[in-house]
Design a protein around this ligand. Structure first.
Ligand code: NDP
Length: 451
């Protein structure tokens, strides 16, 4: 469709060299064809051109002093993408690969993800090209304090809320960021979520994204008369999302047999040792290669030995796959290997983990495919539940929050599934999620005028 292609071409000129961002935009816009073709109002209101341009992009210097007394300088970002549905909301990523393209793709995805939850939240994202690996707690604290010394002036509980939960940002970082926000503003308010349970955090926030991706998978299977019970599952990543996806898979009677980190993959035929992974990644912050010291029967594959066209973690046979590490970690060759190995379901815990070609394979094979913006929305939704508890000075039980999370994931599934059917592609949850998210945001934008 010319309208879509010309928007993408224009974007490549106005925002050069941002390939991850183009990838996210192309994936969404191509699936909007059925709704854009039949409705002049979106074209007339230049909704697509407005959607792909962030409302505001903030880039800033983050200087800090390391333990040796050297001055380090990183680059910080906050992209306030779209506030049609509510205050900007989206987490922070601290990773050396962070740049404007990565933060923009994450912010763009966040608009539709947040819209799908049905909650009143807009889309944003932030981060820095800071590498927390190997840094002491004191260095992490100084970095977080410097980062917040600039960010605090742009955020607020009714303007831009920063939930925890992305690569390199967990409870420790949120603690340091919140402490500095409080010191600078003198306000103790719900501007950050993912807080510690000791001071305003919500039960289930830590588990929410991983649990949510598994609930979403279960709803996809239920709709096909199947369940996770007894299924062997491949999981990638070994961070927050992967760990709690593994935990929930065990609770639902499935067997997760793999996990991975940036240096390699573990495959354990009898099932991943969850307690060991929690110890290695949540406490000692170790590399997965030490897993074999406890389990000599497991297989460890270093990234140096990965297939040239993909990732070792997807080359084992299993009924389901949960990519929970990072973007583009599942290629076309990986998708073909999964399908030949009997994979019936992919539920994306990570953001944009499958390449466009891999997604095309899943859609063509008509397996149950849950795109990240739907399957991993449990984290941001539970952040909203944390804000609701903060605002009403309440603390809900684990069971109460978990029940709400389950219901939100079910609603997201039903919305995406019904929308896919409405647009003549039953079961195509990518199309359903993109159109449903788009429709909510776009209609709100039209009602709010040209702003
Ligand atoms: P963590 O930092 O807790 O864990 C990330 C995991 O992925 C680690 O095991 C890390 O390895 C691995 N990893 C990171 N980069 C690479 C890479 N380039 N190649 C291979 N492995 C890599 O992050 P999260 O678990 O929070 O986030 C994972 C994904 O989930 C991201 O895509 C994020 O955007 C998405 N997400 C997270 C949410 C949340 O609530 N946490 C919410 C929604 C989406 P290592 O241990 O070696 O660093």
């Amino acid at each position: 469709m010319n309208y879509i292609h010309s928007t993408i071409a224009q974007l490549k000129t106005s925002s050069p060299a941002q390939c991850e961002f183009y990838q996210a935009v192309e994936e969404v816009l191509e699936s909007l064809e059925p709704i854009l073709e039949n409705s002049e109002k979106y074209k007339k209101n230049a909704i697509i051109q407005r959607l792909v341009e962030p409302e505001r992009q903030i880039m800033f210097r983050v200087p800090w002093v390391d333990d040796e007394g050297n001055i380090q300088v990183n680059k910080g970002y906050r992209i306030e993408f779209n506030s049609a549905l509510g205050p900007y909301k989206g987490g922070l990523r601290f990773h050396p690969s962070v740049n404007a393209s990565i933060i923009k793709f994450l912010g763009f995805e966040q608009i539709f993800k947040n819209a799908l939850t049905g909650l009143p939240i807009g889309g944003g994202k932030g981060g820095a090209n800071f590498d927390p690996k190997g840094r002491s707690d004191a260095e992490i604290m100084r970095f977080c304090q410097s980062f917040m010394s600039e960010l605090y002036r742009h955020i607020g509980p009714t303007t831009d809320v920063v939930p925890a939960g992305d690569i390199g940002v967990g409870a420790r970082e949120i603690g340091y960021l919140f402490g500095q926000y409080k010191r600078l503003t003198g306000r103790y308010e719900g501007v950050l979520t993912g807080k510690s349970l000791l001071w305003g955090g919500s039960l289930v926030r830590k588990e929410a994204t991983g649990y949510g991706a598994v609930y979403f998978a279960d709803y996809m299977l239920q709709a096909r008369g199947d369940s996770l019970q007894g299924k062997r599952c491949l999981v990638s990543g070994a961070g927050n999302v992967a760990i709690y996806a593994i935990e929930k898979l065990y609770q639902m009677g499935a067997t997760p047999v793999s996990c991975s980190d940036s240096r390699g993959t573990v495959y354990h035929e009898s099932g991943i040792d969850l307690n060991l992974i929690k110890c290695l990644k949540e406490q000692s912050r170790d590399c997965l290669s030490v897993y074999k010291q406890t389990h000599p029967d497991a297989i460890y594959i270093s990234v140096n030995d990965y297939p040239k066209d993909g990732h070792a973690v997807w080359r084992f046979n299993a009924a389901a796959a949960f990519p929970c590490a990072t973007q583009n970690e599942l290629t076309q060759a990986d998708a073909s290997a999964l399908l030949s190995g009997g994979c019936l379901l992919v539920s994306e815990g990570a953001n944009m983990p499958s390449t466009k070609e891999a997604i095309d394979c899943f859609i063509a094979a008509k397996i149950a495919y849950g795109p990240g913006k739907a399957a991993n929305a449990g984290g941001v939704a539970t952040s909203q539940l944390e804000m609701a508890q903060n605002a009403s000075m309440q603390s809900w039980t684990f069971e109460e929050v978990d029940e709400k999370l389950k219901q939100i994931m079910k609603n997201i599934f039903v919305t995406a599934n019904d929308t896919a059917t409405e647009f003549g592609e039953p079961g195509n949850l990518l199309l359903g999620a993109n159109i449903a998210g788009f429709r909510r945001v776009a209609d709100a934008m039209i009602e709010q005028g040209v702003v």
